[in-house]
Write a protein that binds this ligand. Structure first.
Ligand code: NAP
Ligand code: FER
Length: 339
């Protein structure tokens, strides 16, 4: 049923350290009317992502922060309710950065049509969306894994990490993943990873990683930073590639991180360490999505989603990312598609 109000989550304050429920403010507003050239989109699934933490801070970064009072910036899979745009029809599914709200207007900028059956729509925010593309381009373009090499990924049971490890296997590599529970480690093995480490229960992360990587580490895909990354760097091989994708262990830090900073290891291995931003490959998203969809069809790429039910639960789902409450992509279901 169509709603008459537009529920919204807005930024109430910039958090110090870990965000809290009080970081967010709930509001209701009118459902907006599309002007000529615009579409009105109803949200079906909201994405919660670690990068949103970065937008809740005035620290310098690659994107400008949210202002206090802004609707929370976030990816959404939605359905076109009304169209005054020649490129969109009512009923079509779309994905875009439409924010944590029931309804949004778009002029088509940054909007992408999603041609998936309704049951597969959440995939457009995960394996067939921004996180899947991050794994695809980050690993293949920067990691350049070769058959027989060892690829280590941190945050391995998350949206990006699960895809990274499986692409490593598709490319003939040894895939090793780190995640925060025994259940997640078991899932990684079931998904074809050659070895999986529970970094929270390991007596010594470096020792566990050394055992899992008898031939050292050729590619390290870093989603988390901190002590896991310090351990991985001690095991890199000559000409290793290190992809700095995310540093979630540091996103809530109130002081700059201190670490072993063993950069002589990078020097000795003549390794390459490169930060990545998925949007740098925006002009190649179709290529990446086609490759990912092909592997899914062939049964070579599997995925998981953790779906929170209900608009009201978006903040809690987001906070759960920092406690490892998700397996695969974390999302919030807010409405069923209209048929
Ligand atoms: P995700 O992995 O699905 O969810 C976050 C996971 O991080 C949690 O499930 C948790 O798993 C782990 N985690 C939380 N705190 C941790 C800590 N202190 N130490 C170690 N692990 C911790 O998230 P995602 O969307 O796939 O993103 C993964 C990373 O990639 C994030 O750092 C994100 O910022 C980054 N990213 C970057 C780009 C880019 O363009 N550069 C694009 C997308 C994502 P455990 O149970 O294993 O702790
Ligand atoms: C993007 C580039 C990067 C984007 C998200 C990210 C939503 C995520 C970065 C991170 O997690 O650090 O265009 O779009």
């Amino acid at each position: 049923m169509e709603r008459r109000v537009n529920r919204q989550w807005r930024l109430a304050s910039y958090p110090e350290g870990l965000p809290r429920e009080s970081t967010f403010r709930y509001e209701e507003g009118p459902v907006p009317e599309p002007a000529e050239g615009q579409v009105l989109i109803r949200s079906l699934y909201l994405s919660v992502d670690p990068y949103q933490r970065g937008r809740m801070s005035s620290r310098r970064s690659y994107a400008k922060p949210m202002e206090i009072g802004d609707v929370i910036v976030g990816g959404v899979v939605g359905q076109v309710m009304r169209s005054r745009h020649p490129g969109y029809r009512e009923g079509q599914f779309v994905v875009g950065l439409l924010g944590w709200q029931d309804y949004a207007l778009s002029d088509g900028e940054g909007l992408r049509r999603v041609d998936l059956e309704p049951g597969l729509l959440p995939g457009a925010l995960g394996v067939l969306g921004m996180p899947g593309l991050t794994a695809y381009f980050g690993l293949l373009e920067v990691g350049r894994p070769k058959p027989g090499e060892t690829v280590v990924v941190s945050g391995a049971a998350g949206a990006v990490g699960l895809v990274v490890g499986q692409i490593a296997k598709i490319k003939g590599c040894r895939a090793v993943g780190l995640s925060g529970t025994d259940e997640k480690a078991a899932l990684l093995r079931e998904m074809g990873f050659d070895a999986a480490i529970n970094y929270k229960s390991a007596a010594d992360i470096r020792e566990a990683l050394a055992q899992a990587c008898p031939r050292g580490v050729d590619v390290y895909f870093d989603n988390v930073g901190g002590p896991i990354t310090d351990a991985a760097l001690t095991l890199i091989n000559l000409k290793a590639r290190i992809i700095i994708c995310g540093q979630i262990s540091q996103y809530n830090a109130t002081r700059p991180p201190r670490g072993p900073r063993q950069f002589h290891l990078i020097l000795a291995a003549r390794a390459r360490l490169q930060g990545i931003l998925v949007s740098d490959w925006e002009d190649r998203y179709e290529e990446g999505l086609a490759a990912l969809a092909g592997w899914i069809r062939e049964g070579r790429l599997r995925y998981r989603e953790t779906v929170a039910e209900g608009f009201e639960n978006a903040p809690v789902a987001f906070l759960g990312l920092f406690h490892g409450h998700n397996v695969g992509k974390m999302l919030v279901k807010v409405a069923d598609p209209a048929v």
